[in-house]
Write a protein that binds this ligand. Structure first.
Ligand code: ADP
Length: 301
């Protein structure tokens, strides 16, 4: 009898501890979200002023400055541009959190989205002397999406592939049509209390895969890297710079990718044999987007 009573008391204690921990996590998460919103808002104005004055000094008053000062100003300009990018990412994550991010939907080929992202990354690929191979499927059905946001998502993934692949490494981008059951979690969010209908039919999805030959992602981090501010390894070891090998940002890039892809009813995930900065096992990031079935596309035309 005594044992049973003791067990029940212990169980109750554990339950209360877990509830306390969950409340604390929820509180921390809320703090992180409001920090994001507030910081991004407060940083925007002073940054715009810094960037404005740097531009003014370099363009309008350049002849009054000596070479050394001009070079220093260029440094300030580059650093402020980088900071402005981080603030933009913070604003995006904050909008995704508050569900205030607006999408402009249009019908577009996934190959065009890849083309846009590749164009933006050409300089970085050249700088790192990497090879970029495109394996784009012919006659892919279109997807309905916000062109700018989806290009941003693919660019973030491609940017990471460039950063985490050594010089002279190979990066491939592949698009193809896959037929698969509907993504269950999307169904669940539409249903009541996460109940989803059993449906064996297959639906067309466009898969965009970015395959790199870089340092890889450890199995236990393959989900967490999509979390806000998540950085793998020791921050002290990170190199700075936007395209330098193993350079890190604020840890928001993949959070934006996931938020944007989720809003489109798609999915994003990574597959990698593991993390090995000496042997470079590589990683493959997949984006799956619902395709417009050919019959629907005909009726839209
Ligand atoms: P960041 O802007 O700091 O790179 P991300 O959200 O884009 O943030 O990525 C989070 C982390 O995931 C990175 O710091 C890196 O450790 C890991 N990561 C992302 N992409 C890759 C990749 N292609 N190969 C290896 N690690 C990656």
């Amino acid at each position: 009898m005594q044992l049973i009573v003791r067990d029940a008391t212990r169980e109750e204690e554990v339950r209360q501890q877990l509830e306390r921990a969950a409340r604390e996590l929820e509180r921390l998460n809320l703090m992180k979200n409001s920090f994001l919103g507030l910081a991004s808002h407060e940083l925007k104005t002073p940054l715009t002023i810094i960037l404005g004055y740097v531009e003014l000094l370099l363009n309008e008053m350049s002849e009054r400055l000596d070479d050394g000062t001009r070079e220093m100003l260029r440094h300030i300009g580059r650093a402020s541009d980088r900071l402005a990018e981080i603030v933009r990412d913070m604003v995006d994550v904050s909008m995704l959190d508050n569900r205030t991010l607006e999408l402009m939907s249009q019908e577009i080929s996934a190959n065009n989205l890849v083309g846009n992202a590749v164009e933006k990354s050409q300089d970085a690929v050249r700088q790192r002397r990497q090879k970029l191979h495109l394996e784009l499927a012919d006659e892919l059905p279109s997807v309905r999406c916000d062109q700018e946001r989806m290009t941003q998502a693919i660019s973030n993934i491609l940017g990471n592939a460039i950063k985490f692949t050594p010089d002279y490494g190979l990066i491939r981008i592949r698009t193809r049509l896959v037929m698969r059951p509907r993504l269950p979690e999307k169904f669940a969010t539409e249903g009541i209390d996460g109940v989803c209908a059993v449906d064996n039919s297959l639906y067309p999805y466009v898969e965009i895969a970015v395959i790199d030959s870089g340092i890889g992602v450890a199995k236990h981090e393959q989900e967490t890297i999509f979390d806000k501010f998540y950085e793998v390894g020791d921050v002290e070891e990170h190199s700075s710079g936007k395209v330098a090998f193993k350079s890190r940002g604020a840890g928001l890039g993949l959070t934006i990718v996931k938020g944007v892809v989720d809003m489109h009813g798609g999915a994003v995930w990574v597959e990698s044999p593991g993390y090995d900065p000496e042997r470079f096992p590589g990683s493959t990031f997949y984006i799956l987007l619902p395709a417009i079935p050919p019959s629907a596309a005909d009726s839209l035309a």
